[in-house]
Design a protein around this ligand. Structure first.
Ligand SMILES: NC(=O)c1ccc[n+]([C@@H]2O[C@H](COP(=O)([O-])OP(=O)(O)OC[C@H]3O[C@@H](n4cnc5c(N)ncnc54)[C@H](OP(=O)(O)O)[C@@H]3O)[C@@H](O)[C@H]2O)c1
Length: 254
């Protein structure tokens, strides 16, 4: 069974690998045998991810990449394919959030979230996907959110982008089959830098503990199983799917 989830000899590109969920996912993929290309904007933090992997005898390299810079996306993908010969797994994880009510949100702030959380994954899936189609192998895993399923006040750009990601994932599946799969993981609330204000909000934490069957915040480790399923041969017949990993938050009316 271990072979089914093995990523031995696979090359994986993970965006937003400099911290948070992206760093944990990069370490997880490397632990399963993949060579992980850790992409992001902060060289020093990417190096920390790479060192975490190499200390555990895994293989990794840092890649400077801003997912909103289309020229950089095209250039880097071309360079990586030239150097590593292939990209087998793409994890579109990089993301930002802007917290404000719609009436107080300036269009550039809304646009920045859409460009990072939706257009970035589109451009990367197109560039990497073109190459995966040629090679007739690929696993695309988009990191979505339960905000792809629910609305929530004060994060309109994020909710819009993540709902869009559900559609993008379905369309990638429709166009990229049969050898390339595209799926999304929709995490609930996982403790990272992205949601520090919520972690410090006692009322929110009480609501979260009541609304999750798990009665707790998630940790990056809670996503590892879903990631390995969708990134490996074990997920060969799963495509176009958004897998919610939220401790039950969106299935319970508390
Ligand atoms: N934490 C949660 O509860 C939660 C729940 C659901 C979904 N998610 C999703 O999970 C993903 C990761 O979130 P996180 O919680 O790990 O957040 P985080 O700790 O804030 O990390 C965000 C990552 O995205 C990168 N990034 C942001 N803008 C970028 C850009 N333009 N180009 C390249 N990289 C960029 C950041 O790198 P830099 O160093 O370059 O800024 C960082 O590595 C996001 O898509 C988020 O929507 C998180």
């Amino acid at each position: 069974m271990a072979d089914l989830f093995s990523l031995k000899n696979r090359i994986a590109l993970v965006t937003g690998a400099s911290r948070g969920l992206g760093r944990d996912m990069a370490v997880t993929l490397a632990g399963a045998g993949a060579t992980v290309l850790c992409a992001g904007r902060a060289a020093k933090d990417l190096d920390t991810t790479v060192k975490t992997i190499t200390r555990k005898k895994g293989k990794a390299a840092a890649v400077i990449l801003d997912v909103t810079d289309e020229d950089s996306v095209q250039r880097q993908v071309r360079a990586l394919v030239r150097k590593y010969r292939r990209i087998d797994i793409l994890v579109n994880n990089a993301g930002v959030i802007h917290r404000d009510n719609i009436v107080d949100t300036a269009t550039p702030d809304y646009r920045k979230v859409i460009e990072t959380d939706l257009i970035g994954p589109f451009a990367l899936s197109r560039e990497v996907g073109r190459h995966m189609l040629e090679r007739q192998y690929g696993r695309i895993v988009n990191i979505s959110s339960i905000m792809a399923v629910l609305g929530r006040g004060s994060v309109a750009g994020y909710v819009s982008a993540k709902h869009g990601m559900t559609g993008l994932t379905k369309n990638l599946a429709a166009e990229f089959g049969p050898h390339v799969t595209a799926n999304a993981i929709a995490p609930g609330y996982i403790r990272t830098e992205l949601n520090v204000p919520l972690q410090q909000d006692k009322k929110f934490c009480a609501m979260l503990e009541q609304r999750t069957a798990a009665h707790r915040w998630g940790t990056p480790a809670d996503l590892r199983g879903a990631l390995l399923l969708l990134a490996s041969d074990a997920g060969a017949y799963i495509t176009g799917h958004t897998l919610v990993v939220d401790g039950g938050m969106t299935t319970i009316l508390a």
